[in-house]
Design a protein around this ligand. Structure first.
Ligand SMILES: Nc1nc2c(c(=O)[nH]1)N[C@H]1C(S)=C(S)[C@@H](COP(=O)(O)OP(=O)(O)OC[C@H]3O[C@@H](n4cnc5c(=O)[nH]c(N)nc54)[C@H](O)[C@@H]3O)O[C@H]1N2
Ligand SMILES: Nc1nc2c(c(=O)[nH]1)N[C@H]1C(S)=C(S)[C@@H](COP(=O)(O)OP(=O)(O)OC[C@H]3O[C@@H](n4cnc5c(=O)[nH]c(N)nc54)[C@H](O)[C@@H]3O)O[C@H]1N2
Ligand code: SF4
Ligand SMILES: [Mo]
Length: 873
């Protein structure tokens, strides 16, 4: 028996449709050919979803003060403590911190519970770290948080400008759609604006390595060029735009040299932008995560408004959303300053509508605390009861060590998660087991305003429950039976849709009122639809008619001035730390970290640094570096690369205290926020870098997740167990004893080879003839064929101690193609031996890049460097 259901990927905001098939207890996934976002494609993360569904590590029962208990006990405790705290200290002494990975129905109930019933606006979301600057920029310019266009615009554009977006790794299926459009229309040009050269830059005709934080200066300069070159659409501006003159005057006083870009590149950019009618400007975290984030957004919007290039096919500004329901959370009012359906908390009319609709006993009239301030308030005791749902702030918030201390010191902390061992879950007083992807059911909205269903195809494990259901239960236990009397998510969606009809009455853009009488069957069968969905509006682009959501109906251009990042490098902290994502991990790795093939692309936290900076610091490839800021410390593997600008380093955001000893990069990031949006500056923190001179370095594979507590460690899932990169500041007296402490070697057949004088030690342990652990120690970073050793784990080959493959088993090297498990060495060898000259030929020879295609940018880069080497020889 097999059944296939249509659902939506739980990772990025592209919102790909997934076909999940359950057969003989096994799940397999593939892209849904009928979904408008992906038309059958999936990226490496989406393709590996089935590998993340095992129940290891899942939280299966509620836990109160470290003891498993019943839901009744746990939720009574939550309701009682929240009620007592409100009674004693007022409603603003409690807070709920939620996530763009909640489904719309979860989010709606959370928002209603806090803003309508608990009586506080202290509910904010990790979207504050993600989309807040775009929301603020859209609201300032358009009067509402509206994304005007759709994905087809990206394909139809003649010029695509990507600002602070690594689309190739972060929105891979959208990137593939763009790459296919460019291949079909070679005249389409792509410009990428990013301080780093990324996988996305490889597709670009022009890469502008801007100085961090200088985007306002660049787009102000573009606005001047638009004006000087006669490209202002005066009729459009006169009819539909306010503030043109002031915006231009402010822009004219700017100085584009702060971008640090060569004049010729700036001119090439402005020429292309001014000269191309169909231009789409995509922006993401390089824009949003900045103390000038909202201004960066408006600087981009200014240029589109001045030229009237908005609301028409193939043109417009386009903010790509990060999380699967980042957009849905914005719609539903997840941010501390919003109400549901794009209504504003601080607007008395909007408030009255929502209060009446909810029959809310109390409703705050001012915005609540935004994420960074919320955790400051937790730290200084203003917030005494905190509920964290579907996010991992101990890892993802800036000044993360301070956040950790704040949570540790808080009187009462509830965490709802799928896993009980995340860095945040470990600090909870009450842990509530949540259902996850494959078990949950509800709706999400992607970057192009398309609402899709997530559908369950697996039963809830153990006693895990849906987040909306738990929130509603707490609402009922606090005395609001009628308001939280939901039995299905469909009921929640109907209520929300009805409210959106009232919002539309206030002239809001968000309107899904046609769904207010959706039957349960229609909800089950719901196919992806772009909002608005009302009696008279259905999908389509916004602003085609030049009408905006401001009181005057005109859009606003804003006068903007360049501001540098809040903290400039100093003699003590001379490097700028940029942070972001890698291709195959999702955020704090609680799910993507479970799939072995996703850990083999990049298996350890690292810092990417320019070769000359590395040389100045005495750093060699694969050394360990200690990176410090005034707020914290990390220890990271050195990756030397000429893709960085000098004086700047990059580190991924993914590593946690569960995956590495010192990999939490947000421990270093200063909690500086944008004054308009409250979004933190995650991409420009001054840091110091020094070489960490360890006494020994190690690499291990082990079949169980042993206790690794060496000075430095980083673990990753591999085929039959785990790998660990290790280092220590002092060498143990006896390495074999140390190995027995690190791994469970009871009853194992242990082989050792050592050369104490040279600091070399190798150990292989077999049990029942199978390799269960191997440890390699050296006085310098261990050079050995990791993929070879990983392949040996669980096998019965006695050659593990050699540390490298025999002549008949070449070492494939780091995994590039996660779908077919093809390593870099295999690819280089095939290119050389078979004279491959295109990504397609690599695919034909090795299958690499032929399934999800996420590695195609890297295949192109490997090909280019192989060809470059050949040309040089
Ligand atoms: N593989 C993967 N994909 C993901 C995610 C994931 O965890 N893993 N997360 C999802 C989420 S929630 C989000 S928000 C998106 C984020 O998607 P992106 O925003 O594309 O990803 P980031 O790597 O955070 O940052 C993008 C780029 O901004 C650049 N940048 C830094 N400073 C500046 C600057 O001052 N100006 C400009 N112009 N650029 C700058 C960085 O060098 C980086 O390459 O990805 C989504 N997709
Ligand atoms: N330095 C730096 N920091 C950053 C960023 C950066 O670029 N640089 N990016 C920021 C951005 S854009 C984002 S979006 C954040 C992301 O940061 P987080 O939101 O902290 O990251 P996740 O790992 O996605 O956390 C989601 C948690 O919810 C759990 N979970 C999954 N599904 C469910 C569910 O259905 N219900 C419940 N209750 N739990 C569930 C997961 O196990 C996981 O623990 O990080 C931000 N932090
Ligand atoms: S691009 Fe990849 S991660 Fe994003 S929704 Fe599609 S399959 Fe999921
Ligand atoms: Mo995000």
């Amino acid at each position: 028996m097999s059944k296939t259901i249509k659902t939506t990927c739980p990772y990025c905001g592209v919102g790909c449709g997934v076909l999940a098939t359950l057969k003989d207890g096994q799940v397999s996934v593939k892209g849904d050919p009928d979904h408008p976002a992906n038309k059958g494609r999936l990226c490496s993360k989406g393709s590996a979803l089935a590998e993340t569904l095992a129940l290891d590590g899942r939280l299966l029962k509620p836990v109160v003060h470290s003891a498993e208990t019943t839901w009744d006990n746990a939720l009574d405790e939550v309701a009682t403590r929240f009620k007592q705290t409100i009674a004693k200290h007022g409603p603003d002494s409690i807070a709920l911190y939620v996530s763009g990975q909640l489904l719309t129905e979860d989010y709606y109930v959370a928002n209603k519970l806090m803003k309508g019933f608990m009586g506080t606006a202290n509910i904010d979301t990790n979207s504050r770290l993600c989309m807040a600057s775009s929301v603020a920029g859209h609201k300032r310019a358009f009067g509402a948080d509206t994304v005007p266009g759709n994905y087809e615009d990206l394909e139809q554009a003649d010029l695509l400008v990507l600002v602070g977006s690594n689309l190739a790794w972060c929105h891979p299926v959208l990137y593939q759609r763009v790459a296919a459009a460019k291949a079909a229309r070679p005249n389409m040009r792509i410009i990428n604006i990013d301080p780093r050269h990324t996988a996305t830059s490889d597709l670009a005709d022009l890469h502008l390595a801007v100085a961090p934080g200088s985007d306002v200066a660049l787009f102000n300069h573009l606005l001047c060029a638009i004006h000087e070159q006669g490209a202002v659409d005066s009729a459009y501006v006169a009819a539909h735009v306010n503030g043109f003159d002031a915006a231009l005057e402010a822009a004219s006083s700017g100085d584009v040299s702060v971008t640090g870009l060569p004049r010729a590149d700036i001119d090439a950019f402005t020429r292309a932008w001014v000269g191309t009618e169909k231009v789409v400007t995509i922006y993401s975290q390089g824009v949003n995560q900045s103390t000038a984030g909202a201004d960066k957004v408006n600087a981009i919007l200014n240029c589109h408004l001045a030229t009237g290039r908005i609301g028409r096919a193939g043109m417009g500004p386009f903010s790509v959303t990060g999380q699967p329901n980042a957009m849905g959370g914005r719609e539903v009012g997840g941010l501390a300053n919003m109400l549901a359906c794009h209504m504003d908390l601080e607007n008395a009319g909007h408030r009255a509508t929502v209060r009446e609709f909810w029959q809310a006993p109390q409703m705050p009239d001012a915005a609540g605390l935004k994420a960074v301030d919320m955790f400051r308030a937790v730290g200084d005791g203003r917030i005494k009861a905190l509920w964290v749902m579907c996010t991992n702030p101990v890892v993802s918030l800036p000044e993360a060590d301070r956040v950790k201390e704040a949570i540790e010191g808080c009187d009462f902390v509830v965490v709802s998660d799928m896993y009980g061992d995340t860095d945040t879950a470990k600090l909870a007083d009450v842990l509530l087991p949540a259902t996850g992807w494959g078990e949950k059911t509800g709706t999400v909205t992607n970057s192009e305003r398309c609402i899709s269903r997530q559908r369950s195809f697996l039963p809830a494990p153990g006693e895990a429950r849906h987040d909306w259901d738990v929130l509603a239960d707490v609402g009922r236990r606090m005395g609001w039976q009628a308001a939280f009397d939901y039995e299905t998510p469909a009921e929640v969606l109907r209520e929300y849709a009805a409210l959106s009809g009232l919002a539309a009455g206030h002239g809001r853009d968000f309107d899904i009122s046609a769904l207010s009488d959706l039957s349960n069957e229609d909800y089950d069968d719901f196919t992806p639809q772009h909002w608005p969905i009302s009696a008279d509006r259905n999908g389509g682009r916004f602003f085609a008619d030049g009408q905006f959501y401001t009181p005057s109906g005109k859009a606003n251009m804003l006068p903007l001035h360049h501001r540098s990042p809040a903290n400039a490098p100093t003699a003590a902290h001379p490097f700028v730390l940029n942070t972001g994502r890698i291709r195959d991990q999702w955020h704090t790795m609680s799910r993507s970290g479970l799939a072995p093939r996703l850990s083999q692309h990049m298996g350890e936290p690292y810092v990417e640094i320019h070769p000359r900076d590395a040389e100045d610091l005495g750093l060699k490839a694969a050394d360990l570096a200690e990176v410090t800021s005034p707020h914290g410390r990390a220890v990271l593997r050195v990756l030397i690369s000429d893709k960085m600008r000098r004086g700047e380093v990059f580190a991924p955001m993914h590593w946690t205290g569960t995956h590495a000893s010192d990999g939490r990069i947000d421990a270093l990031v200063a909690a500086e926020v944008d004054p308009v949006s409250g979004q933190p500056e995650s991409k420009a923190s001054p840091v110091k870098i020094t070489k960490l001179q360890a006494a020994w370095y190690g690499y291990a594979v082990t079949h169980d997740k042993s206790v690794v507590d060496t000075d430095y460690w980083a673990i990753a899932r591999v085929g039959n167990g785990w790998q660990a990169e290790l280092a220590g500041m002092t060498a143990p007296e006896d390495w074999e004893d140390e190995a027995r402490r690190l791994f469970d070697l009871a009853g194992a057949d242990v082989q050792v080879v050592q050369d104490p004088a040279r600091g070399l030690f190798r150990l292989a342990a077999h049990r029942g003839g199978q390799l269960i652990a191997a440890l390699f120690i050296a006085p310098a970073p261990v050079e050995l064929a990791r993929s070879h050793l990983i392949g040996q784990l669980g096998g019965n080959d006695s050659g593990a101690l050699a540390g490298r493959a025999g002549a008949n088993q070449p070492d494939p090297g780091a995994t590039i193609c996660a779908c077919f498990n093809v390593g870099v060495n295999t690819i280089i060898e095939a290119i050389n031996l078979q004279n491959l000259i295109s990504v397609e030929q690599i695919g034909a020879a090795l299958n690499a890049g032929t399934n999800c295609g996420s590695c195609r940018p890297e295949l192109a880069a490997i090909l280019a460097s192989a060809q470059h080497r050949e040309a040089a020889e």
